[in-house]
Design a binder for this molecule. Sequence first.
Ligand code: CA
Length: 236
Amino acid sequence: MRQGTEASVLVVEDEEHIVTLLTYNLDKEGFSTMVALDGEDALLTAKERRPDLIILDWMLPRLSGLEVCRQLRRDSGTRDIPIIMLTARGEEHDRIRGFEHGADDYVVKPFSTSELIARVRAVLRRASPRAGNDESLRFENVVMNLAAHRVSRGGRDIHLGPTEFRLLRHFLQNPGRVFSREQLLDIVWGHDVYVEPRTVDVHIRRLRKALNGADEVDIIRTVRSAGYALDIHTPT
Ligand code: CA
């Protein structure tokens, strides 16, 4: 998950002057912003672009903010995106309903932008250790998001087949350790499946090809007659 000033925020609001005010101030603070003007658009944008945080207005055309919140929480792809509800209603029971439907925080209109941005930072800080520990694996500039099943290197999305994904996940869980072809077969393909050891080489080759861009260091080390490891080549 991106953190701090690189985080992306989806602003869901139908009132244009509030959208302008929020995107202007978020941009100025170094966030990247996206906008949805109604509830349905919010659901689509959240699923397709997976923002790091959503500022969600309560009163929206098509679907209410509360319903959007509820649907985002039901979908495994958007379940973990933190949500700050924005609303003109300040009553305690509405606040509780918002939290019950999965909002992480709540800001009452009219609000000060600096307070809202402080809340955004606080919610992101709370959310990122969870994502960092449980859902993401990292090595150098390679990040694997387990929940989203996505891999990137230096911000570039990397598309892997299921076998390459499992191989890389195993390497990321054990950086620096050397695994023989037989070990990798057991771990990645399972004991019951008969696969020739050289199949491992084919998938390692595919994984390398996907991971290593033109100017990038190869992070998979071939250990002669031993196997493979996730490691940085040390030039000699
Ligand atoms: Ca509104």
